[in-house]
Design a protein around this ligand. Structure first.
Ligand code: PMP
Length: 432
């Protein structure tokens, strides 16, 4: 544009009238085919002050090691401010990758720093893997129900999402095999340990079977493990990635969100070389690299602090919270409800008796200042509308007990008396 002081003749552009306005081209079909998460709307309702919420999937903020992390950021600035503030490699900070690799190796999966790509949360790892593997129309197999943002990710890629039949232990290997033969899928996406939303853990024998099916029939495995470190009892089950047959075809996704803090947005991907290289190219196109300063601070943190000690503290608190939820659930839910007893993670999965609808119950729960998430949105295909997910991480045992009293009032009415009073035996199905 000419500077006004030049006083030259300015030729006006053709006058834009409403009659001559053309609408911009439409959004990409994939952008309108995938809906926003219904959970966000539910969570907005539950964030009213005073609501005791079992809805969100958030870690407890009072357990963040804010002091330790602040010291780690200070150290990153004091010793390497120029590096911390500069662009860095797409693969990620070497010290952080070494720390991730060492933790994975200690958990029984030999891993080198070069096997690892640092990502902006494990959610980005999922997006990158999807970009590297999935073409529109490709079949992606998922647990049913499964993590909503994974369904969105595969939907945006134009995948045909096919649910694998599951029981209380997760994927049923025989059903998986039938589906792989019939659908020729590109990949299976699974959260084998303390699954979101069900809290289920796939037993070792089933992991071995899944790995063998993937090897025999030709299939990528995407193993998402943000919760595996949060075990409150029982013994660790080896990663699916560590089972024979899975080595050359598993993308393992890890996260610092639940064991450090989700605001850091730090996750990682461990994948065979060709897939990892494709993910690196996809990441260059997405964000060049994950925040340098956050990576350096996390590396400093891991060098200075015993993460295991911090995780042990988080586990102790979450174990007590899980137990508080389990202790009162039977009285709160309608007679005939059932629920599981996960050995770790953040969620309990419950099923209301025949004739109940969890979304309808949520309405009355919210009017009693307590909330949970109905299970329906997590399903592919026909949802089980009687299911609900209860997260136990963000409230103290006392608050959880109060939340359950409110839920019981929403279910049973105001005149219900809580406690082991004769005549109030609910006869609920015991937690499985
Ligand atoms: N996978 C699953 C199963 C999750 O539940 C979540 C978030 N809660 C993520 C991935 C994303 O985690 P991150 O914060 O590492 O992106």
């Amino acid at each position: 544009m000419r500077a006004p002081e030049s006083r030259g003749a300015i030729v006006p552009a053709a006058a834009v009238t409403s009659a001559s306005i053309a609408a911009p081209p439409s959004l990409a079909a994939r952008a309108t085919s995938v809906e926003g998460s219904p959970l966000r709307e539910i969570l907005a309702l539950t964030q009213r002050p005073g609501v005791i919420s079992f809805a969100g999937g958030l870690p407890a903020p009072e357990l963040f090691d804010a002091e330790g992390l602040r010291a780690a950021y200070d150290a990153a600035f004091t010793t390497s401010a120029r590096r911390a503030l500069q662009y860095s490699t797409t693969e990620g900070d070497l010290e952080l990758r070494e720390a991730v690799a060492a933790r994975a190796t200690a958990r029984g999966l030999a891993t080198g720093a070069d096997d690892v790509l640092v990502t902006s949360g494990s959610q980005q790892a999922l997006t990158l893997i999807t970009g590297a593997l999935v073409e529109p129309g490709d079949v992606v197999l998922v647990e049913n129900p499964t993590y909503l943002a994974a369904l969105q990710c595969f939907g945006l890629a134009g995948a045909r999402i096919v649910p694998v039949p599951c029981d209380a232990d997760g994927i049923i290997p025989e059903a998986l095999e039938d589906l792989v033969v019939r659908e020729r899928p590109k990949l299976l996406y699974t959260i084998p340990t303390f699954q979101n939303p069900t809290g289920r853990t796939l037993p070792a024998a089933r992991r071995a079977a899944v790995a063998a099916i993937a090897a025999r029939l030709g299939l990528w495995l995407v193993e998402d493990d943000p919760y595996g470190d949060l075990r409150y009892e029982g013994t660790d089950v080896p990663w699916l990635a560590a089972h024979p047959g899975a080595e050359d075809r598993t993308a393992l996704l890890g996260s610092f969100s639940k064991i450090m803090a989700p605001g850091l947005r730090l996750g990682w991907l461990r994948a065979p070389a060709a897939l990892r290289r494709a993910a690196v190219v996809a990441k260059q196109a997405a964000d060049l690299h994950t925040s340098t300063v956050d990576q350096l601070a996390a590396a400093r943190y891991l060098a200075a602090v015993d993460l295991g000690t911090h995780i042990a503290k988080v586990r102790t608190a979450y174990r007590a919270r899980r137990d508080a939820l389990l202790a009162g659930l039977g009285e709160a839910l309608p007679t005939g409800s059932s629920w599981n007893r996960p050995e770790g993670g953040m969620f309990i999965w419950a099923t209301l008796p025949e004739g109940y609808d969890a979304t309808a119950l949520l309405g009355s729960a919210i009017s009693h200042d307590v909330a949970f998430v109905p299970g329906a949105p997590f399903f592919t295909g026909r949802p089980d509308t009687r299911t609900l997910r209860l997260s136990f991480t963000t409230h103290t045992p006392e608050e959880i007990a109060e939340g359950l009293r409110r839920l019981g009032t929403a279910v049973h009415g105001d005149r219900y008396v809580f406690g082991p009073t004769p005549g109030h035996a609910l006869g609920h199905a015991p937690g499985r």
